[in-house]
Design a protein around this ligand. Structure first.
Ligand code: PLP
Length: 286
């Protein structure tokens, strides 16, 4: 089946879907994006993803290209046209097309909007969660505003490629004080020897993951002790469990960090429980 992308008001074949060479997303990474899980044909946590999109756009002073209700229609139509039952939908908004100049273009410049959707292998994700994944650690060399979900992901790209070359699934960034910030495309968590779930506060140094927000709720419901406090790589190595979260992976157990086993070197009960309960808490869009 041929894939379809939404590009600036039109549904076009994916193979020929394109933006202008002077799109500011292409030239300056001057844009933001969102990725929503699609499960049984429905978007998961659409409301929160759209809230974060609006925040990202506001922070960069890019206007919302269309009302959220219209954007919702486009997201659903893109999912439908691509017949995605389980997978993801991707939305990107940039400051639009203008003659190349660093300063903002005229306020009348329409933002560019791209939406794509693709099928994922849910069973494969579940199998991977049974085995767990490896991560490596790297110095965090990103800008300070990682709370904005911009398409400027070059440090993340390089870190994840380094992880892949090392046989790992994810790279955890480590700040100048030795604390883990987050993964290249995920939030980072540990479960301490005392059974406390820890993840870095979202105030600074990380993207406030939507999955992270929901997992905090799930953890509270399950009666786990949770602390939003940063942890070091040594604390992670001494943990019973570690895991990563993102819309595309939900809760994924981490069983090795920098080649060293975490806990028993296999997925632990806390990560399993959070993964199993996740979709009871996430919002399912109509
Ligand atoms: N941190 C980074 C850097 C990310 O790129 C992502 C997802 O893309 C996340 C965290 C997780 O966010 P979410 O749970 O909203 O997918």
């Amino acid at each position: 089946m041929s894939r379809i992308a939404f590009v600036n008001g039109r549904y076009v074949p994916h193979g020929s879907a394109a933006v202008h060479v002077e799109d500011r997303g292409y030239q300056f990474a001057d844009g933001v994006y969102e990725v929503c899980e699609v499960r049984a044909g429905r978007m998961i946590d659409e409301r929160r993803h759209m809230q974060r999109l609006v925040r990202s756009l506001d922070e960069l002073r890019i206007r919302l290209p269309m009302p959220l209700s219209a954007l919702g229609v486009v997201l659903r139509e893109t999912i439908r046209r691509n017949r995605v039952t389980d997978g993801i939908v991707y939305l990107q908004v940039t400051r639009g097309v203008a003659r190349r100049d660093h300063v903002f273009p005229a306020p009348s410049t329409p933002p560019s909007v791209v939406v794509t959707a693709r099928t994922g292998d849910r069973a494969k994700g579940d199998r991977q969660a049974e085995e767990g994944v490896a991560v490596i650690t790297l110095p965090d060399n990103r800008w300070e505003r990682v709370d904005i979900k911009t398409v400027g992901l070059l440090p993340n790209v390089l870190a994840k490629e380094t992880a892949r070359a090392a046989g790992a699934r994810e790279a955890w960034f480590v700040d100048a004080d030795g604390y883990v910030t987050e993964g290249g495309s995920t939030n980072a968590w540990i479960v301490t020897a005392e059974g406390v779930i820890r993840t870095r506060p979202a105030a600074f140094g990380i993207l406030r993951g939507i999955t992270r927000t929901v997992v905090l709720e799930v953890a509270a419901e399950l009666g786990f002790r949770v602390e939003e406090s940063a942890f070091t790589v040594d604390e992670a190595l001494a943990a019973q469990e570690a895991f990563i979260t993102a819309a595309s992976t939900i809760v994924m157990p981490v069983v090795r960090i920098d080649g060293l086993p975490i806990g028993l070197g296999c997925p632990g009960p806390v990560a399993r429980a959070l993964r199993a309960r996740f979709h009871h808490h996430a919002e399912v869009a109509e």
